[in-house]
Write a protein of this length. Sequence first.
Length: 347
Amino acid sequence: MIRFGPAGIPLSCKGRTLKDGIEDVHRLGLTALEAQLVRAHVQERTAEPEEIGLKPIELPNDMVIEIVRKKGSKEEVIYDLGEPIKVEDRLVTLSSGLANNYTDLRKLKVMAEELDVALSIHTPYYMDLVSDGELSFKSMDSIRWGGVIAKELGGTMVVTHLGLYGETNPKVAQKRIKEKVTELAGWYKKQKIPAPIGLELSGRQEIYGSLSEITKLCKGIDGVVPVINFAHYHAREDGQLKDQKNFETLLESTNDLVKGEYYTHFSGVEHDSGNEKRYTSIKKGDLRFEPLAEAIVDRNDSITIISGSPLLEHDAMYMKVILERVLAKKVSKEVKTVSKKEKAGSK
């Protein structure tokens, strides 16, 4: 299965809700949408009297992601959305811009399934799993929230960046990130979140996320997979993706980790000296989609390709058209080859 879709609600979509986005993606003939968890805010409040006895997943007005409950002189955090709310509980609510409550998320899941639009989640773009500061704890929370939303939404992937090295050397950064991602993967498993955590390749030298770093990390942690961002890889490797063989080598390097089910990003990119400067439309950058389309068709891989281009859905549709042309060309060539063999055999 090959899917194309935008990173966020299509630019041409008149409405700006996730529901509008799913409908518009389907109308455009696309089959994937990566919802952006970029404006997530949390607020803690005391449980209202009418909420006592209800489960967080049942609340109509809020998306409660945690219950903070006194246990003797200490406090415990409860993540189970099926746990009845008690008197004096404090509720941590999430405002994400994606839905008002869990009922809405489940409705969106049904609609997306009916329209054959595969949904995924991308955490906020500025993340930090390298340091041990407040931003690092917030980043881990964002990945947890992404998982909670993905579970109810039927999301296939929770994509995240990992952060800047800063003054930390790469080996120490690798160790710290592995500890945090291992903890998060264990939390996903405990909460029965089926979506894997997708670790996205980075496009700048000062940001953790080279191909070797990501694959090494994914090999040691269950429930974690690499997300190939072709533009990021191309920029970081100083324009390495030039022909079909380059793309095939890159795809093959992660094949065992994704088990033949690739989740990727593609766009044009401006870059200099191994660093990404900015995304561009595909036609403007030196990263061409045709060689990747040829690699996909020849390998017959299942792949989701998310457009991060400034043209968003327009470039998603452009890639779809190119792949269809490459596929048609291959089929035509195979038909001609069979026809020649049949003629030769009849003589």
